[in-house]
Design a protein around this ligand. Structure first.
Ligand code: ADP
Ligand code: ZN
Length: 631
């Protein structure tokens, strides 16, 4: 590793951004945050996944190191992320290292030597490592010499029990402030509701810190939520139609479903790999490595996968099952399109999802308060899934941000057809009520959705005749509504809490609020299910999509595409040689810009976003050669 650039003379944040990182401009609040920290202030930064948190401490680290203020210590719980970031910094010519359990004794001592010598600009370490007496003594020694430039505490929500991944070790990090009050601290997170935010401030002693809340919008991500019909086939269609050859993640709830889905996609000819906590550690590592290093791998995973994966060119995140809440959904979908190019968040959602999630909460061991909170969070997610207005407006509203319809979600792109389902809802509710009456226990049904729909549609199944349900006054009153539509009516009634599901067989029962609907006091408007629309409509759907202002992924003409492909092939070679993921060498966005702009000189090339001084020096000539020979 050589650290030419990091030891160059003092500079401004803008110069470092340009020279070292190769970027033309700060994004959003980055500049303010950098200036605040460089001047010695503490900060709490809330920015969505992919918003650009790393630069908020990396640029100050370079600046302060150049000013003789020593090393920045970055606390991170995520080993994969440390490796990636150190690899990327290495490519940029910034001296960085990590200390974690993957190093053997000799390697760790070498890093410690580099740390104490003042050579390092950034050191990444796991919290449990930082809090050891040995490490604290090293920090003490650095601090006495004025060589501790800043602390960055990544994933700061881990300090809160309210957050979704509390880590005991984070509680000890207040020691950093107590022992080194003069060293600026920067806490960063992508997920913090009010409660978690207050915890971070209190537990990390950040009372004096300035709060920076970036917009949570990820405009390049297109949100789509489809009716679950034949989920695997729908997924395959989505992948084939829109993401041929792209890298992406497919989330499933269970390990079994992960295995099945991955096997099925592989059999269909996709490069799909499974990932879940039940797999051998070596297998997990191998699959993760392939996902990071190779182009176009589809990772089928439980939520065990994703934390600390900052692969920038994930083009889609698909959910085959409903996440637990909007926080989870936003974090998972946020892994798409970190490079700012167009990306998709796609989810298939159906009645069983609602029922399962409700049951999981009901049957959990948690206390009543916690369950109430989980139910409220699930309801917010269900409202998003059922919405027929702009998904993004709802998402952002959930995070406290007002916005206008986005033009880049399914509902904005083609407004869904809706129908007045008030009458149908009343029929369904009264049928559940009749079941209870017939069985002699008022208001509580003993039947699931399938049977209810059969009765409403007047189908003489064995079960219907056994129970004598063909004699109910509600038998056949809903024959004019399709089965798919009935499922949708029920789902919405359950999602809205008018109907409850009970027990192992998810039998249906009326909730208190059902009365209002029965009395016709609440209007119910539903989207027309996909099935009820003409089946062959996908082609038209796609053409309406084409007309929408989709941010172009890589809008290149044929000649530029050839150059882009040539650059990608060259990049793959370099990545293999250096044993690095391709995106650490260059992002797709940078290669696309080169292919489009066709820089002819090193100076021109330096103007491309993502080309810093170090990369220009290391790769500039080769890139010009590749561009020239590709025409
Ligand atoms: P986060 O940690 O907030 O999820 P990252 O720090 O990984 O996000 O940044 C996401 C991506 O955006 C990275 O690939 C990064 O290189 C890129 N990026 C960040 N800031 C800028 C900027 N000012 N200009 C161009 N690209 C940027
Ligand atoms: Zn929208």
């Amino acid at each position: 590793m050589n650290a030419v650039i990091a030891t160059a003379p003092a500079a401004t944040p803008q110069q470092v951004l340009h020279e070292v990182f190769g970027y033309g401009a700060f994004r959003g609040a980055q500049r303010e945050i950098v200036e605040h920290v460089v001047a010695g202030g503490d900060a709490l930064v809330l920015m969505p996944t992919g918003g650009g948190k790393s630069l908020c401490y990396q640029v100050p680290a370079v600046l302060r190191h150049r000013a003789g203020q020593g090393v920045a210590v970055v606390v991170s719980p995520l080993i994969a992320l440390m490796h990636d970031q150190v690899g990327a910094l290495d490519e940029l010519g910034v001296a960085a290292a990590f200390l974690n359990s993957t190093l053997d004794g000799d390697e760790a001592r070498r890093v410690e030597r580099d740390l104490l010598s003042g050579r390092l600009v950034l050191l990444y370490a796991a919290p449990e490592r930082i809090l050891t007496p040995r490490f604290m003594a090293m920090l003490q020694s650095l601090n006495e010499r004025g060589k501790l430039s800043l602390f960055a505490i990544d994933e700061a929500h881990c300090v809160s029990q309210w957050g979704h991944d509390f880590r005991e070790e984070y509680l000890g990090l207040s020691a950093l402030h107590e022992q080194f009050p003069g060293v600026p601290r920067l806490a960063l997170t992508a997920t913090a509701d009010e409660h978690t935010r207050a915890d971070i401030v209190e537990r990390l002693r950040l009372e004096e810190a300035r709060l920076f809340v970036a917009s949570f919008d990820r405009p390049n991500i297109r949100y789509t939520i489809v009716e679950k019909d034949e989920p695997k086939k729908q997924l395959l269609r989505f992948l084939r139609d829109e993401h041929e050859g792209d890298a992406g993640i497919v989330y499933c709830q269970s390990r079994k479903k992960v295995e099945e889905t991955a096997a099925w996609l592989s059999a269909e000819g996709l490069d799909a790999l499974p990932y879940h906590a039940g797999l051998d550690a070596a297998v997990r590592r191998r699959h993760q490595d392939r996902f990071l290093r190779e182009d176009g791998v589809v990772m089928v995973a439980t939520i065990a996968f994703g934390m600390g994966i900052d692969k920038p060119d994930v083009r889609f995140v698909a959910h085959l099952d409903l996440p637990k809440n909007i926080e989870g959904y936003y974090q998972e979908t946020g892994r798409a399109g970190r490079d700012g190019l167009a990306a998709d968040a796609w989810m298939a959602y159906g009645l069983a999802d609602v029922v399962n999630q409700r049951r999981m909460i009901d049957e959990s061991e948690a206390g009543e308060d916690f369950k109430r909170l989980q139910r409220a969070k699930l309801d917010a997610l269900l409202a998003l899934a059922e919405a027929h207005d702009c998904r993004r407006v709802r998402l952002l509203a959930y995070f406290g941000e007002a916005s206008e319809p986005c033009g880049n979600c399914d509902n904005c792109i083609s407004a869904p057809a809706t129908w007045d389902a008030t009458e149908a809802a009343r029929k369904a509710l009264s049928c559940i009520y009749r079941f209870g009456q017939a069985d002699g226990h008022r208001g509580s049904g003993r039947y699931g959705a399938m049977h209810l729909i059969d009765v409403l549609r007047g189908k003489l199944t064995d079960k219907v005749t056994q129970r004598g349900h063909e004699r109910l006054s509600t038998f056949g009153i809903g024959a004019d509504v399709s089965e798919a539509q009935w499922r949708l009516v029920l789902r919405q009634l359950i999602a809205l809490g008018h109907v409850q599901t009970e027990g192992e067989f998810s039998t249906l029962a009326l909730a208190e609020s059902a009365r209002e609907v029965l009395r016709g006091e609440v209007a119910v408007r539903l989207r027309v299910p996909a099935e009820a629309k003409a089946r062959g409509k996908t082609a038209r759907d796609r053409s309406t999509r084409g007309a929408a202002p989709k941010p172009p992924p890589v809008p290149l003409d044929a000649a530029a595409t050839a150059r882009f492909e040539a650059l990608k092939a060259w990049r793959a070679e370099v990545a293999r040689e250096h044993n690095l993921p391709a995106y650490i060498v260059f992002h797709d966005a940078a290669l696309a810009e080169m292919a489009r702009e066709q820089p002819a000189t090193l100076d021109d090339l330096a103007g491309i976003s993502g080309v810093g001084a170090r990369k220009l020096e290391a790769y500039g000539r080769e890139i010009l050669r590749v561009l020239e020979s590709a025409g």
